[in-house]
Design a protein around this ligand. Structure first.
Ligand code: IPM
Ligand code: MN
Length: 352
């Protein structure tokens, strides 16, 4: 019996989570596992009502689940940053979700803005370090508000934090078993301290993985090649800030935020899965938002629970609905409603 915490969140979050849960229900039926859901009303509405963002008691309870499933966080009446920092970033740090895993796969039938590239070319995974770098909040102001003001934002890279991320990436590349190539994405020509540490740690860990081809590219070059030659990539590993940036680019080439999902993973603890898209206030309550990303997040959740067969079934159900039934990945132009997409996916989840 899996214990799953559900945080539908704001805006269209609850609408897409509902469809992801339909896929879970179908997969459980077919594979014979059971689960127990516990819903938390975190998000902008609760913050406006009670002033609470992520109570310490809730954070503590989350540790007791097998996985966390999140819809979207972000509210038009709440200043940007409050909920993102208070919920998403706090969860990453407090639960030590030190891997941000972002599969970038173009499904057949999904449109990519990259001319002449198809599903065979766009199929890679980004492993982003998720608890260090520029995200730690290190730094400060000096003489704030004066003409002599100084603002320092520090990138913290610990040997331990970098190494555990690299080890996860090497293991992941081995298990994925595609080209068995792991590209380190850095900026060794300019960030000569941070990426010197990354490069040395990468080289040392690589020696333990003779079956994995090593590769390095500067982050700016990665942005060019992701557009020009996305087929060059198998697995990319990088720091927190670069990972944040390149995964938004990657989401666009795989068909947009309607299809891109991510996992915030603690390989030794509880992990959280979410669609990449935001709360989309203008589409809220209209049953027009694309739930594919949320279903893909559920696929990742199942895979991390060890339900590999169920995860594969969900993936092939996604493939079926996007190629057979959906007209577009854009909200309002799918040719189906949000709930119809979810129903079709659930219907496609069958025993192999
Ligand atoms: C992401 C988001 C977050 C980040 C924001 C919402 C804090 O962009 O998950 O990539 O910057 O990591
Ligand atoms: Mn981001």
């Amino acid at each position: 019996m899996y214990k799953i915490a559900v945080i539908p969140g704001d805006g269209t979050g609850p609408e897409v989570v509902r469809e992801g849960l339909k896929a879970l229900e179908a997969a459980a039926g077919v594979n014979g596992f059971t689960y127990d859901l516990h819903t938390y009303d975190l998000g902008g509405e609760r913050y406006k009502r009670t002033g609470e963002i992520l109570p310490a008691s809730v954070l503590d309870e989350l540790r007791g689940f097998d996985a966390v499933y999140l819809g979207a966080i972000g509210h038009p009446d709440v200043a940007p940053g409050i909920l993102e920092k208070g919920i998403l970033l706090t969860m990453r740090f407090a639960l030590d979700l030190y891997i941000n895993l972002r599969p970038v796969k173009l499904f057949a039938g999904v449109e990519t803005p990259i001319r002449d590239k198809g599903p065979a070319d766009i199929d890679f995974v980004v492993v982003r370090e998720n608890t260090e770098g520029l995200y730690t909040g290190g730094g400060g102001f000096l003489k704030k508000g004066t003409p002599d003001e100084v603002a320092i934002q520090e990138s913290i890279n610990t040997r331990k934090g970098v190494e555990r991320c690299l080890r996860y990436a090497f293991e992941f590349t081995r298990k994925r078993n595609k080209e068995k190539k792991l590209t380190l994405c850095g900026k060794t020509n300019v960030l000569t301290y941070a990426f010197d540490l990354w490069q040395r740690a990468y080289n040392e860990v690589a020696a333990e993985y003779p079956d994995i081809s090593t590769d390095y590219a500067h982050v700016d070059a990665i942005c060019m090649w992701m557009v020009k030659n996305p087929e060059w990539f198998d697995v990319i590993v990088t720091d927190n800030m670069f990972g944040d940036i390149i995964t938004d680019l990657a989401a666009m080439i795989q068909g947009g935020v309607g299809v891109a999902a991510g996992g915030n993973i603690n390989p030794e603890g509880v992990s959280m899965f979410e669609p990449m898209g935001g709360s989309a206030p203008k589409y809220t309550g209209q049953n027009v938002i694309n739930p594919i990303a949320a279903v893909a997040a559920m696929q990742m959740l199942l895979s991390v629970l060890g339900e590999d067969r169920a995860a594969l079934q969900v993936e092939s159900a996604i493939q079926s609905v996007v190629s057979r039934d959906m007209k577009s990945m854009a909200a309002g132009r799918m040719g189906l409603s949000t709930s119809q997409v979810g129903d079709r996916i659930a219907g496609y989840i069958v025993s192999p």
